[in-house]
Design a binder for this molecule. Sequence first.
Ligand code: TMP
Length: 211
Amino acid sequence: MGQGRFITFEGIDGCGKTTQLRILAEALRTAGREVVETVEPGGTETGRQIRKILLDPANTAIHPRTELLLYFASRAQNVEEVIRPAIHAGKLVLCDRFTDSTLAYQGAGRGLDSETVHDLDRVACRGLKPDRTVLIDIDIETSMARAKKRNQRTGPDESRIDAEGAAFHTSVRQRYLELAADESGRFVVIDGRAPVETVAERILEALAADV
Ligand code: TMP
């Protein structure tokens, strides 16, 4: 049995983390590792229902604190139902976003204080922290251009947070970079503007000792 590990992927919208998480999961499965992929918000049936509420552009009246609690409600369910059991079974869990997203989006983006975010994290995650976090960093122009392209491809289904302006995403990116600098042992920061295969190689290289 492998050693249970918890690795999260973070970054602003359009950074490519979802694609990279899938590539890494496939590479590790091919190498014989048992991998569980999950996502925040989402990852469980309850979480998927919460995700719908959070990302529906029609829900303009959601208060920032309500939003904060809903993100943690989804996370609490994911931790109990999927993440902890998989880690205990010796599996490698790859999670698309976790509490660093809340620190960046609700903390920096919405201006909620990080102590409140940490307090809720203690309630929802009961001390579970990622072993490693891959931050895929891109500039705001690239993020906006990719979001626009995606919306053209899939129709005008821009999520509530995608719809925020450049200032919001700039402060989210800035907070991510600060979090990574504060915990340089946990974070690895990868330039997301490189070709997909190059980014994938760099991630595999950086995580070699953990997977
Ligand atoms: P995704 O498109 O990467 O799945 O993320 C969904 C959106 O939710 C994205 O715009 C970031 C946002 N988000 C937060 O604002 N706070 C959080 O805690 C999480 C997990 C996501």
